[in-house]
Write a protein that binds this ligand. Structure first.
Ligand SMILES: [Zn+2]
Length: 230
């Protein structure tokens, strides 16, 4: 009797390793909105919870499309992304809003729009966190642009790479937001140019260093070629 009991136990363990628990549906939070990213994440988590930290491999058997239909060959990539989000202390999801806490104290939000569309623009505050400013000032020889994000760069468009599927691109963007210095680097990469001929001023792309010397750039207003930049 003891031997049979052990064999049954081993068979049972094997079954648990390979298949979701029959009670997966009992674990589901039915109050969530079925059309949201939060539901997508939750449903995958519930179906893979029995794997206890191993790679998620089970695609939920859910009759309707989740936010949109995911192609079979892309499912593992989505499971990998969702497992990463679930296990990250720095990422949380509420409905379609993904919140990322950067390593240096920034809080970023991105809105998930669908498995083929991707996500919306990422809003940035006017000033990077002090610890990021310090890093950028060292990197760019105290260039004044490091302290401020101009208005036109406060909505950052980090679009999915067209050659990649959205799950892979989203993983890259989440990693970038967690390691946030590069995000602020992009957003503060400009110079303020004042034309010495007509006095017009504007933002130009790219930091001009050294920032306190003149750079020859064509002025958009008067077409002269020596505006002052800082
Ligand atoms: Zn000018």
């Amino acid at each position: 009797m003891k031997l049979i009991g052990e064999i049954n136990m081993k068979e049972k363990e094997k079954k648990i390793e390979n298949e979701p628990l029959l009670s997966s549906w009992e674990l589901v939070d039915w109050d969530l909105d079925f059309e949201t990213f939060e539901w997508f994440l939750h449903l995958c988590e519930v179906n893979n919870r029995h794997l206890a930290g191993d790679q998620w491999v089970i695609w939920p058997d859910w009759p309707s499309d989740m936010p949109e239909e995911v192609e079979i060959e892309h499912r593992q990539s989505w499971l990998n992304l969702l497992q990463f989000i679930h296990e990250s202390d720095q990422i949380s999801v509420c409905q379609n809003l993904v919140r990322v806490n950067g390593n240096h104290g920034s809080v970023f939000f991105l809105e998930f729009l669908g498995v083929t569309i991707g996500w919306g623009n990422i809003s940035l505050s006017e000033n990077p966190p002090d610890s990021v400013v310090k890093i950028l000032l060292e990197q760019y020889d105290n260039h004044p642009s490091c302290k401020i994000v101009p208005g036109h760069l406060q909505s950052l468009c980090l679009e999915p790479n067209s050659s990649e599927i959205v799950s892979t691109s989203l993983f890259s963007v989440l990693m970038m937001l967690i390691h946030e210095v590069n995000v602020w680097d992009i957003a503060t990469d400009y110079h303020w140019a004042v034309c010495k001929w007509c006095g017009d001023s504007d933002f130009g792309s790219g930091r001009k260093t050294p920032h306190n010397v003149m750079h020859r750039i064509v002025c958009y207003s008067c077409r002269n070629d020596a505006p002052l930049t800082n």
